[in-house]
Each structure stands twice: as C-alpha cells, then as structure tokens.
Design a binder for this molecule. Structure first.
Ligand code: GLU
Length: 506
C-alpha cells in the first residue's frame, strides 16, 4: 500500500524530514497504519469572518494534532476569487490568533498553487482518468430533465467519455472518470461507516472551461501534497468525501482518515446563523468573552468527558478524542457560554483579567490610569460579572460620576430617613485622612452605632448615593475605589435629591 505521505510530491513547503521521521505518535490507530507524523489541517474559505462552526473545526483539528504530537496545517481556500477577500483572510488569522490555535505550517494559499493543480489535472488526462467534456448547458439541462422524468437522480451521464471528435469553438471542461462500479466506504471517526455506491456519483468537473481547478480537485491535491493524515471538517462536506477518495485513489494515493463533525444549531434547532446573535468569533471578544472560555465551550459542544465542564487547554489536549464526538448536531447555548466565561473570570489571575478589563473600559471612554489600581478593581469585581463588558459597565462608577440613579434603588433608599445617616457619613468621611477599606469599614460601623441603626440602614443609602445602584462590592471597598472627593461630591448630590423630593411631596 502506498501511503499519502510517502508518495507525496514533496513540494517546497513539505520538509523531507516528515517522510523519514521515526516519530511514532501514541495513537494506536495512527501507529498501526502509518509511520510518519500525523497531520491535520484547517482549510477555511475566506469569504467572511471566522465563525463559531469553523472555530470548532479548527479546535478539533488542532487538539487532535497536539494530542498525537502531530502537525496542524492552515490552508486558505481562496480559489473563489469573487467571494474571497483579504479582509476575510485577516479576520480568520486574527480569530485563530485570539483563540491561540497556532498552526505549525502555513498559511498556504490555494491561489498560489494553480500550476500544481494544472500538473495533476494533466496527469489525470494523460492516464486516461479524466477527459474533456464539450456538453453545452442545453445538453446538460436536457440530460437533467430526462433523468427527472425517469425519477432518477440528475447526474452527468458520461456522454463525452467516449468522444473522439473535438467540437469547434467550445472551451471544454475537464471531468474525472469516476468509477462506475463498486462503492466507496468511509470509516468516519465520528459518523462511523458510511457507504456510497459509485453508481450514485457522476463524473465530477475538475477544471472549468477557463482552466481553473474546482474545489474537490484542489482539496485532493492539497491534502495529498500537504501530507494530511486526518481530515476533520464539518459534515456539510460529507458528500464531497467519496468523490475526493475516488480522485485520490486514481492518483495512487491512500486517502486520509476522515472525521465529519456535525452542525451547530441555534436554540431553535435551526442551523446557527446571524439570526441567533454572534456567530463571528471576534464578536465574542467584543462581547467580553475570554478566548479560553470560548474554546472550552466549543470543545464541549458535541463532546464530553464524564460530567466535567471546565477544561484547561492541557486537559483538553489530554482528554479530547475525535472518536468521542457526538454524531448528532449540537445546540448552541449562550447561557452556558456565559456561565463558563464567569468561571474563567473568577479563576483567572487578576493581572490577566486586568489586561482585558482595561480594553473594555477604554471602549467606554475610560482611561483606567485615571482611576485606582486596576488590579484592585478586578479583585473587587471578579466574582460579579459574567463578561468583561459587564465588568467594565459595573465598574464605570469607580471612574465616572453618573447622572441617573437606578430608579427603584433611589426610590427605596434615597428617602428622608436616609438624610441623617448620609449627613453623618459625610461628616465622618470628610474628616477621614486614612482612606482604606479598613478605616472606611470602621467609619460606617461607628456611624451606624451612633445612630443605633443596623449597618445596612447606613450602608445601603450610602451605596446608592455613591454608585447610583443598589449593587456593588462591599461598601468599604466601594468607597475606597471611588476615592474621597468623588464620594463626598456624590453624597452631596444624593442629599440634594432627598431635599428636593421632600420639598415636592411635603
Ligand atoms: N474550504 C472549505 C470550507 O470552508 C473546507 C474544505 C475542507 O475542509 O475540506 O467550507
């Protein structure tokens, strides 16, 4: 048996050492069937941003390569020149970098490889495994109608296979002579055994009339040249696989192992799309999701390990196995992603969160350098937010005065009974020289005792006065983070409001 890697054309980017490597990865399947390093690839078409489905496919391929000491290849499938854009390429690269899915080889661009595709097409023609097809659109339409009338699947009937004449003025396409007998068996690592009869397939166009190669041809040549041993991709490509296997076999190449991951559905059971909210990976960054949390969420989407929910990257590499991926489609659940994100925020090192929080504060027009130590802000808020956007929003009061109070909180806490506690707190705070959480705690306690009130009766009006809302970290930390001047200013404003309300109701 000739394997894909030993008979590869060894193009420039494939170092010769891959073929001579003595490395035996730990997977029994791999060790049994192959002698060289395993290779997976991610092959996005740059026709938009990196979406959630693509990111999951990339993650599975990356994890599988990492698990087996293999190589992860990035290939940009940009042959559709009308729909491919440089902006999309950049968006995909940016998304992968943000997620930390570093590739070992690439990015390779299919548009740089047209000569190679031409060479392989010629090879197939020379061997009599492909042929020129001169059938016109009308002829093809008629063929389709005839098949439909017979209630058969519309397919090309091979008319030009035997053709010997060369019609004038027609630029032919090139078709691959698909085997007419037998079946293709795919031992898919996720879907199991899939059998497709060759009678179901027709002669695939491998080059258009302008000579450009088609998708299935380019994928086959690339997977061959790039010595891809495991193709992990979405199951929307499953119908291409038998065609690709036939092409590879015609070229004398043993096909790679395939694993087709099921679709991701929205919460309404329909295929995930923009309608369901963010599908672009970078939108999750905008929304304040940590990349680790998104990776964790994606790995769990259709895969599980007991009832464990939180996986470090190392655990994912160790425990993930493509064979354990669920064959059925999985449903995207934003609540769960938010929950996971919160776990990551809670457990992350404060300086890591500080970096991300700084970015999100900046988006609110806040310069964190103009406030207290941002690490202190993180420590105060780390358990209080599901996303970094939320953390930035609930930290706004630390940096900026506010115009509006939360209506319910103000109604409940900024009433005439709060006037005295607030006045006494203002007095005590303005006299305070040492502005620390401890001294502030002490001050609230002393004022409460003097007024014979429970601490909450003092702390809650005070909180609404300085934060604008009824929720914030502990009152001592809250006051400390805001700082003395702003606290006094805001208490004055709250007292004025109480005054105004008393006047209007009295
Ligand atoms: N370029 C294809 C896509 O973005 C993937 C092809 C493949 O993985 O074989 O859907």
């Amino acid at each position: 048996m000739v394997s894909a890697w030993t008979c590869a054309k060894t193009p420039l980017f494939v170092g010769a050492w891959y073929n001579t490597s003595l490395f035996l990865p730990p997977s029994p399947l791999w060790a049994k069937e192959n002698l060289t390093v395993m290779r997976t690839r991610f092959a996005p078409s740059p026709t938009g941003y990196l979406h959630i489905g693509g990111a999951r496919t990339a993650l599975y391929s990356w994890l599988y390569a990492r698990k087996h000491g293999g190589r992860f290849v990035l290939r940009i499938e940009d042959t559709d020149r009308e729909r491919s854009t440089e902006a999309s390429v950049n968006a995909i690269l940016e998304g992968m970098t943000w997620l930390g899915l570093e590739y070992d080889e690439g990015p390779f661009y299919q548009t740089h490889r047209f000569d190679r595709y031409k060479e392989v097409i010629q090879q197939l023609l020379d061997k009599g495994l492909a042929y020129h097809c001169y059938c016109s659109r009308e002829e093809l339409d008629a063929m389709r109608e005839e098949a439909m009338a017979k209630k058969e699947k519309p397919r090309y009937n091979g008319r030009c296979r035997m053709r010997t004449d060369v019609p004038e003025g027609v630029e032919p396409v090139i078709r691959f002579k698909n085997p007419t007998e037998g079946a293709v068996v795919i031992n898919d690592l996720i879907k199991g055994k899939v059998v497709i009869q060759n009678s179901e397939l027709d002669d695939l166009i491998i080059a258009r009339s302008d000579g450009t190669p088609t998708y299935n041809l380019t994928v086959v040549v690339d997977d061959w040249d790039m010595e891809v041993s495991h193709v992990i991709r979405g199951d929307d490509h499953l119908n291409n696989t038998p065609r690709q296997i036939n092409l590879l076999r015609a070229l004398g190449v043993e096909p790679p192992v395939y694993a087709h991951a099921p679709m991701i559905l929205g919460d309404d059971g329909k295929r995930l799309s923009k309608r369901h909210g963010a599908v672009s990976v970078m939108q999750y960054r905008e929304d304040g999701i940590l990349p680790e949390a998104l990776l964790n969420y994606l790995v769990r989407l259709g895969w599980s390990h007991g009832d464990q929910e939180v996986f470090s990257i190392d655990e994912m590499i160790e425990l993930f196995d493509i064979k354990d991926v669920n064959a059925a489609a999985s449903m995207f659940n934003r609540e769960k992603l938010l929950w996971l994100n919160q776990q990551y925020i809670i457990n992350a090192k404060p300086d890591y969160i500080a970096h991300h929080l700084g970015i999100h504060l900046g988006k609110l027009g806040i310069d964190p350098a103009e406030g207290p130590d941002i690490l202190a802000v993180v420590k105060a808020q780390q358990e209080r937010a599901q996303t970094l956007v939320e953390m930035a929003e609930i930290s706004r009061f630390i940096y900026q005065d506010f115009d509006e109070y939360d209506e319910k909180a103000a109604k409940k806490h900024l009433r005439p009974v709060a006037r005295e506690p607030l006045e006494k707190m203002r007095e005590a705070l303005s006299a305070l020289t040492d502005w620390t959480a401890e001294t502030l705690h002490q001050t609230v306690e002393t004022v409460s005792e003097a007024l014979e009130l429970k601490m909450g009766k003092v702390a809650q009006p005070l909180r609404v006065a300085v934060v604008g809302r009824a929720a914030s970290p502990g009152i001592d930390v809250t006051l400390q983070l805001i700082g003395k001047d702003a606290c006094l200013r805001r208490i004055d404003k709250a007292l004025a409001l109480i005054e105004k309300r008393a006047a209007s109701t009295g």
